[in-house]
Ligand binder design. Structure first.
Ligand code: TYM
Length: 327
């Protein structure tokens, strides 16, 4: 029997190439060796203010993007988190053994407080606990994610250890699996590509939009003219080359940049072609899927029906350990 693991994405907007190259692409590759659970984590999505009317649309959008990117509902379990309530039950049990001080030191919490000082809610504070529950519920050994999630995985391992030491051996410590695209910088050249910043190349962007976004993307700030030599190591575009281009192209661009033999415009064209090639089939398939919303929603329901028994089995063991049984 193939083992399970859980990974997921918040339905907080359109998916971008950071989500794809940081997470989904690895997920696609792992579908043969595991029976993974890929969640659309709508409970996590509630920690920021949102319009309830938008939530079903965002969920559909994320599900269509999962499928378009190559997740296969036969080999993987593609589900909506809020349809499997065991996630909340385990999160509550973990809440009761989580020191508040530990949670307040998690960098993503500090960032969110800085970004939204007027909406610091309990859900946001306990966000990593719910994420630990997602992961431990399926006894995940690995969790393929982007680099920004590593502090959450460290916290999850701590929670597994803490639970085991209080209630007896139950969970193993999951390891993060990072890809070469684990930290895709946004087109601003500074921040991580992020739905909450205007610096994304989206999985449904057209070829023209991709070219336009790259044309204005920040490169080596010291290279002001075509004739100035540049430093690829400080250039955001070069970071993209490292992920998307062939070894020959990477060498050609690095050398060309240092000697001013190649300009940023030509360099950007090479990256644009690679990103367009990766995004076009996803965009096309996604458009087809968005035209069949009820089929896509059925996949999420069927996925939840497959995930639930796995979650329930873990919870039977957990309830027994923590004493919430009448027997
Ligand atoms: P989220 O929705 O912010 O992002 C989903 C996945 O995409 C990765 N990612 C990136 N990778 C590389 N470069 C980027 N610029 C980039 N932006 C996003 C993220 O690392 C992530 O893998 N807390 C999670 C959702 C979650 C989860 C889980 C993940 C809830 N429960 C259990 C794994 C296991 C989050 O907010 O991801």
């Amino acid at each position: 029997m193939r083992k399970h693991f859980f990974s997921g994405i918040q339905p907080s907007g359109r998916l971008h190439i950071g989500n794809y190259f940081g997470a989904i692409k690895q997920w696609v590759a792992l579908q043969d060796s595991y029976e993974p659970v890929f969640g659309i984590v709508d409970f996590h999505g509630m920690t920021a203010r949102y319009d309830p009317k938008d939530m079903p649309v965002r969920v559909l959008d994320a599900a269509a993007s999962y499928l378009a990117a190559g997740l296969d509902p036969e080999r993987s379990i593609i589900m909506l988190q809020s349809l499997v309530l065991e996630h909340l039950e385990l999160a509550w049990i973990l809440n009761c053994i989580t020191p508040m001080g530990r949670l307040s030191r998690i960098p993503t919490f500090k960032d969110k407080v800085r970004q939204n000082p007027d909406n610091v809610n309990m859900g946001l504070f306990g966000y990593p606990v719910l994420m630990a529950a997602d992961i431990l519920l399926y006894k995940s050994e690995i969790v393929p994610v982007g680099e920004d999630q590593v502090p959450h995985l460290e916290f999850t391992r701590e929670m597994a250890r803490r639970f085991n030491s209080i209630f007896g051996e139950t969970f193993q410590e999951p390891a993060e699996v990072l890809s070469s695209g684990a930290r895709i910088v946004g087109t601003d050249g500074v921040n991580k590509m992020s739905k909450s910043l205007d610096n994304c190349i989206y999985l449904d962007d057209t070829d023209e939009e991709i070219s336009r976004k790259l044309a204005t993307a920040v490169t080596d700030p010291a290279r002001k003219r075509r004739s100035d030599p540049g430093d690829p190591e400080v250039c955001n575009l070069y970071a993209y080359h490292r992920i998307f281009s062939t070894p020959e192209e990477i060498a050609h661009c690095a050398e060309g940049c240092r000697t001013a033999g190649i300009g940023c415009v030509d360099c950007k064209k090479i990256v644009a072609a690679h990103i367009q090639e990766a995004v076009a089939p996803i965009r096309e398939r996604r458009t087809e899927l968005m035209a069949q919303p009820s089929e896509v929603r059925d996949i999420l329901r069927a996925g939840a029906d497959r995930a639930r028994p796995i979650a329930q089995e873990t919870m039977r063991e957990v309830r027994d350990k923590v004493g919430t049984t009448l027997d």
